[in-house]
Design a protein around this ligand. Sequence first.
Ligand code: F6P
Length: 319
Amino acid sequence: MQKIAVLTSGGDAPGMNAAIRAVVRRGISYGMEVYGIYHGYAGLMEGQIEPMNVGSVGDIIQRGGTILHSSRSEKFKTEEGQQEAIAQLKAKEIEGLVVIGGDGSFRGAQNLADKGFPTIGIPGTIDNDIPGTEVTLGFDTAVNTVIEAIDKIRDTATSHERIFVVEVMGRHCGDIALWAGLSGGAESILIPEVDFDMKEVTYRLLEGNKRGKKHSIIIVAEGVCPAAEIAQMIKEEAGLETRVTVLGHVQRGGSPTAFDRMLGSRLGAKAVDLLREGQTGKMVGIQRNRIAVVDFADVFSGKHSIDLDMYELGKSLSI
Ligand code: F6P
């Protein structure tokens, strides 16, 4: 394989640039020509394909976002869109593609692989919701961003003796809430995977109050419900005032942690190795801290499960 390309698709995630850098430099080290596709599948269909060199990925490993930009494309879900994409790749004689993104991006990659175009996926999303890998690119940085915010919120919560309800991202997955809530010392962590009992949440607040604890942090994953609804329930259930913070897209930005830079570098290089070996329709992920290669079909039929032991640990430590 002499010519390969890389694109980023869906919600951006810190560490994507490290992965792009690894794809480009690994490819070049094998004597390949490597192309960058701008604006994800939308850009691919329009032929936004540019040659990259060692220098074009210099000074990016520490940067958040993606230098290739990203998008979500409805058109690429159609047969017409996929044919246009393949025509653009063939026009440049590109023989293999690395797709960095989440579940939706992998479905697009699978469509290309089904049409005979070699494609490998790298799980890039802050949500950590991809089956077949224990961690996704960007998750660690997002958790650290949330912890930083929780620490700051705790300062003002302590000063004013307030209860804060903090909403975090994650789509349908509670991992960001669980990891950040546990390591940020939250009093309650509400995640979509486990039904919560508002009576238990307020009991903890009131018991804490009795012991003289006047400030609390409740983390709610966006997949549960808006934080404002939780605040309303607390008011109705226990008559307690709260303040609400929705962290939003701040969680998607920022310089990637060392972990995410390493992860992007490892997965990016491995993706190129797989294309070179003639593999296709697969994701490179991490299992037991080792690189794992998983068929897209298994990714789609799998289910990412929350670590219930960690959830219970969070509950037992926030007394
Ligand atoms: O998948 C990443 C993510 O940030 C989710 O956590 C969130 O639900 C969604 O993307 C937000 O998407 P958008 O940036 O399109 O609003």
